[in-house]
Design a protein around this ligand. Structure first.
Ligand code: KDG
Length: 359
């Protein structure tokens, strides 16, 4: 099991300890697909590519990024190597994208939400309850429309390749179980103070639900919850687990309110330094890593929720009527943002969703 991965980890000279740590805390995940395709034997220069991530070493994102590195290394006889820096060590999503622009970092894989600073239309993914099933969401991620949005990074100093799955975001908090928007707003008591990603649509969602939202970089969320600066946050179960949020959050609700993906991207300065043959390989490896990550994220999701429950988080599952109440409460978000994001774009995405669901 994991033969390629293990050997190339050694190849890359990376400490194998991280692998065993990663596995102590993960579900039974699919092996990385075999690395196939032509090996570039010609010496086209050697490069070490530094990739910064917000998420921890146990996350599907980290595991697939290691696979990305393995592909580059194996197919260039070790001339391209990838060093991955997890857990916001190098900065948060917004900072790391700025670092790509200046060339002080080679790659990062942020959420689409903070990336709307560069491509506003990416805010389509911030719209609540737009992508009702994972199958539909993935069809959207792989569609020409969504991939076309990545071309709009041109001129920003960033080259974007593909989407990864982050997953459905779920609410957690340390105050009370939440099964309705009223529980968020708190009616007789105060509304929950919820951290959101740095994105105005996300803030609107939680305002519409009656919370007191506050935008914050991911790397600050754990300590803000630990210190009681905020009551809660929202993220996919895998992120909640791999970031140990259950240590400071007693309640989780399966709200599935939004599906924001990640984007694998590179500094244009780094890109320009690579030989065209390497560029082609990087692009191919980014797509292969995306497909593997989507697979891992899918395997991770329910398992992570059950693990959280086992570790003491009280999880509220919402029935269709309860979810409909959340859906209704966030309608003002569409009224406010749809004209700005683009009614046509939203309709095109909705069409892909309909086609997938009626298939
Ligand atoms: O590497 C990705 C993370 O930095 C971040 O995007 C995680 O979903 C996230 C959040 O809530 O900020």
């Amino acid at each position: 099991m994991h033969a390629n991965w293990r050997s190339s980890l050694t190849l890359a000279g990376t400490v194998t300890l991280s692998l065993s740590l990663a596995h102590a805390n993960t579900p039974d995940l699919s092996d990385p697909p075999p690395i196939e395709g032509e090996v570039i034997t010609e010496d086209l220069g050697s490069h070490t590519i530094r990739v910064g991530l917000g998420l921890a070493e146990t996350s599907p994102l980290y595991i697939s990024t290691r696979y990305f590195g393995d592909i580059l290394s194996e197919r260039t006889e070790g001339r391209l190597t990838v060093n991955v820096f997890p857990s916001s060590q190098l900065g948060d999503d917004a900072q790391m994208m700025e670092m790509l622009q200046t060339g002080s970092l080679d790659m990062t894989i942020p959420s689409t939400s903070p990336a709307t600073t560069y491509v506003e239309e990416l805010a389509v993914f911030d719209l609540p309850f737009l992508l009702p099933t994972r199958e539909a969401a993935i069809a959207v991620l792989e569609s020409d429309i969504a991939l076309g949005l990545l071309d709009k990074f041109e001129g920003t100093g960033i080259k974007a390749f593909a989407y990864h799955e982050n997953g459905y975001r779920q609410l957690t908090n340390s105050v009370r179980p939440v099964e309705s928007p009223e529980d968020v707003a708190g009616l007789d008591v105060r509304g929950l103070t919820i951290r959101t990603m740095e994105n105005p649509v996300q803030l609107s969602i939680w305002e519409a639900l009656g919370a007191n939202p506050t935008a914050m970089a991911f790397g600050e969320v754990f300590s803000a919850m630990e210190q009681g600066v905020i009551d809660g946050q929202e993220n996919p179960w895998s992120t909640i687990l791999t970031s140990n949020f259950h240590e400071v959050q007693d309640y989780g609700s399966e709200t599935r309110h939004v599906y924001t993906p990640f984007i694998i991207m590179m500094s244009e300065r780094t890109w320009d330094r690579l030989d065209p043959a390497y560029q082609e390989l990087v692009e191919e490896a980014a797509h292969a890593a995306a497909a593997y990550e989507i697979q891992l994220a899918t395997e991770y999701d329910d398992w992570a929720r059950d693990q959280l429950e086992e570790r003491g988080m009280q999880i509220t599952r919402l029935d269709d009527d309860q979810l409909a109440a959340f859906q209704e409460a966030v309608q003002p978000v569409y009224d406010q943002w749809a004209p700005r994001i683009g009614e046509d774009l939203i309709a095109e995405i909705q069409q892909i969703v309909d086609e997938t669901m009626n298939h």
